[in-house]
Ligand binder design. Sequence first.
Ligand code: XUL
Ligand code: CO
Length: 435
Amino acid sequence: MNKHFSCEKIRYEGPTSKNPLAFKHYDADALIDGKPMKEHLRFAGAYWHVMRNALSDPFGVGTAHMPWDDGSDSVENALRRVDVFFEFLDILGMEYYCWHDRDIAPELGDLSASNKALDAVVARLKEKQAETGVKLLWGTACLFNHPRYAQGASTSPDLNVYAYAAAQVKKAMECTKELDGRGYTFWGGREGYATLLNTDMKREMDHMAAFLHMAVDHAKKIGFDGPFYIEPKPREPTTHQYDSDAAACLNFLREYGLMDKFRLNIETNHATLAGHSMEHELTVAANAGMLGSIDANRGDPLIGWDTDQFPTDIYQTTQVMLVVLGMGGFTTGGLNFDAKRRRESHEPLDLIHAHIGGMDTFARGLKIADAIRRDGRLAEIVQQRYAGFGDELGKKIESGQCSFDELERFALANGEPALDSGRQEMLENLINEFI
Ligand code: XUL
Ligand code: CO
């Protein structure tokens, strides 16, 4: 029995098991389309939610029981958390994790003291990785919590803040490299504005691009070759974030010549806050060859903010896995549970229940998406909808060889088009055959 989480290692017991502390669908080594489930899904634990989220909400303080944490800013306390976190990963058989610099190590009196604390924690993380085989999916710098970032980090009007943020990112990148991280994430928590009345938007975006170019240069310098991820989110805490959705991020990266080194990290609850579905955001990113990684969670349709709940919707994970399988799977990225328990679920064991649910929901999504793909009817129907573009004239259009004159001749000769049905309801029924 594990002393911190009051449970044994979680095993796969199959769909008929009634044991709440067992996987019903996630069978790590089972092959789906020739590849183990764990390699398709590449689950990661989020350090900030698992170890640091006290479960406060805008109306109340934290409720989470963390008996291993003495609440201090000491390095000893931070090191103790590392050990507990790796126990947590082991219980669930999770092979990846992600961190924020200020969540793994305390922010102390000045930057060099904070860097020193970070080095001590990174050394312990490195030992733990070597001992367990766990890998770092990505690291990031927290550029949104401290009051100095109230008006932005790489978009702050204050040059001193800009430099401080750069120094913090430099250090976080170096720590990511030290831990052989597969990627590095930028989430622009405060990179946006509260009001345009005091904001030079063009200048702020130019500054952010210059910042990211310096990050690219520094990656080259230190030999960090993993991708950078940008994580779209439309608002909250800002009124408007510059990285508002996948299309806005792609436009920004193209405009500023940053497409090579960057990919997108798409988060479910951010997609819905942006007024999109998760599959829309994933499809936009994948179509551009830019889907790097996923922050897995969900929102609540009745609550208007980023609730970061654990994924429980099989229909949604099926749609996510259809896109992931469709692009040939993850390379450097994976499924990071950027999700937190509800405030009422305050026991450490609730962390285990929450992740079992998330992992099983994605395992089912994977199996269902694979079955839909093997069945082939869905892809065939989509293919057929565009069949006309496989003809001679269609090929000319798609290869840029056609003209309005030619299309006008065609339209005059062929009369009123007889449109086929879109068959949405039939396709919804087809999907439900598999769920
Ligand atoms: C915030 C969020 C972050 C990023 C990393 O909304 O999702 O946790 O994933 O900073
Ligand atoms: Co996230």
